[in-house]
Design a protein around this ligand. Structure first.
Ligand SMILES: Nc1ncnc2c1ncn2[C@@H]1O[C@H](COP(=O)(O)OP(=O)(O)O)[C@@H](O)[C@H]1O
Ligand SMILES: [Mg+2]
Length: 400
């Protein structure tokens, strides 16, 4: 639609030509220049008008109190109206869901006189939401007062919807990951308690029964077997069997739950375990432990011990190591366990299809106590597992 200015300029040009015609004289230099300038100005106005009308972005102009003075077809289409004429003269407030949204928009605009890349939610004609990204300028009216709002808007409803869906999916994913972590930590705790219970029962029930049986067998051997060599041999082999069974039960109990961990604490349990590892595997083991025992929560001590056990098992199983070094210490309130082997060095990339449950379990134990686990492998030079647990109690009283 042509503006009033266009209509005025179109009306003026023929009139100028008419005047030139009746006078019969050639127009003067200055008159010709003025006419040329007017024509140029008209053409520039026309170009701007086309830029406004054909712009793919929505362009609008309203008064400060909300009357829609002008807008292009893109803006009308964005708002769900059939044509710009449907919108002209309406109140901008109708395009908002709440009056407070409009007031907040005005307050922000008044503060700096402009809004750059500002996001806003409007209400389409059919009541559905429209998200726009807009640039807005507060401009002066004909009396120089800042009363006219000019803006350009781009429809970002789809983008916002996609962003929201992405955000929701990320939140769901995070919630699921949190659930899994809680479940895994719960399973670790349950497993630890179960091991402790089975170890106790094996020790108390089976261990004690076997010991009693052993004593009785020895008593029998003393008394009954005197007359029969066969009975003596039979009783001797029974005693041997019971003794090896008692040892097996002790070994199983220690594996399930090292009694030393509960009785003498972490440092002693680590020392015992490392010596036993060395004897069993032939891998030379160096130990660097605090001189005084550490007083730790039993659950933290268990976590550290299990990380040590898994690291040593991995060194024996995967590393082809000949030496391991185990260090335990507390530095600035952080408990640090480091297990180094001189084997092949764990690779950054796990083989496809690998299920590194041992590594995951160690990480979970670290996270459970607010710590972290680092595993660094250098090809041909070995692997170092470092567990750090911050803010552990460092008082050096003897453990339980
Ligand atoms: N000390 C190590 N040296 C070399 N490779 C290792 C070491 N520790 C772990 N790995 C590699 O990481 C993989 C995952 O370890 P882990 O989660 O403990 O599973 P598992 O011991 O049951 O195979 C191992 O299969 C092995 O390939
Ligand atoms: Mg393992």
């Amino acid at each position: 639609m042509a503006s009033g200015a266009d209509r005025r300029s179109r009306g003026r040009l023929p009139l100028a030509r008419q005047r030139r015609g009746t006078a019969g004289a050639r127009p003067g230099r200055s008159a010709r220049a003025t006419a040329l300038e007017r024509a140029k100005a008209a053409s520039v106005r026309q170009r701007y008008r086309l830029l406004f009308e054909h712009n793919l972005a929505g362009v609008y102009c309203t008064t400060l109190d909300g009357t829609i003075l002008d807008c292009n077809e893109s803006f009308a289409a964005m708002m769900g109206y059939g044509s710009r004429h449907e919108l002209l003269g309406r109140r901008a407030q109708e395009l908002y869901f709440r009056v407070s949204d409009r007031n907040a928009f005005l307050a922000r605009l008044r503060k700096t006189g402009m809004l750059v890349n500002s996001e806003l939610r409007l209400r389409r004609k059919d009541g559905s939401p429209l998200d726009i990204l807009e640039n807005v300028l507060l401009t002066p009216d004909e009396r120089g007062r800042p009363r006219i709002i000019q803006g350009t808007a781009v429809d970002i409803t789809e983008r916002k919807r996609a962003e929201q869906a992405l955000g929701e999916s990320a939140r769901r994913h995070q919630a699921l990951a949190d659930d899994l972590r809680r479940l895994s930590q719960h399973l670790q705790t349950v497993r630890e308690e179960e091991r402790q219970r089975i170890a106790r029962e094996l020790h108390d029930e089976l261990g004690q029964a076997l010991t009693a049986l052993n004593l009785d067998l020895h008593w029998l051997r003393e008394r009954l077997a005197k007359n029969s060599a066969t009975a003596r041999r039979r009783l001797a082999s029974m005693c041997e069997l019971v003794t090896t069974t008692i040892q097996a039960v002790r070994r199983i109990c220690a594996d399930l739950r090292p009694a030393l961990l509960d009785d003498l604490g972490l440092t002693a349990a680590i020392e015992f375990h490392v010596r036993e590892f060395e004897a069993r595997t032939g891998i030379r083991s160096r130990l660097d432990l605090p001189h005084a025992p550490l007083k730790l929560r039993p659950e933290v001590a268990t976590a550290v011990f299990r990380v040590l056990q898994e690291s040593l098992t991995n060194a024996a199983r995967h590393a082809q190591a000949t030496h391991v070094a185990v260090e335990l210490g507390v530095r600035a309130g952080t408990l640090v366990l480091r297990v180094h082997d001189d084997g092949v060095g764990i690779s950054d990339r796990e083989p496809s299809g690998a299920n590194p449950l041992g590594l995951i379990g160690m990480r979970e134990r670290a996270v459970r106590w607010g710590g972290k686990l680092d595993i660094v492998g250098v090809p041909g030079h070995g692997t170092t597992v470092t567990l750090r647990i911050p803010a552990v109690k460092t008082n050096r009283e003897p453990e339980a």
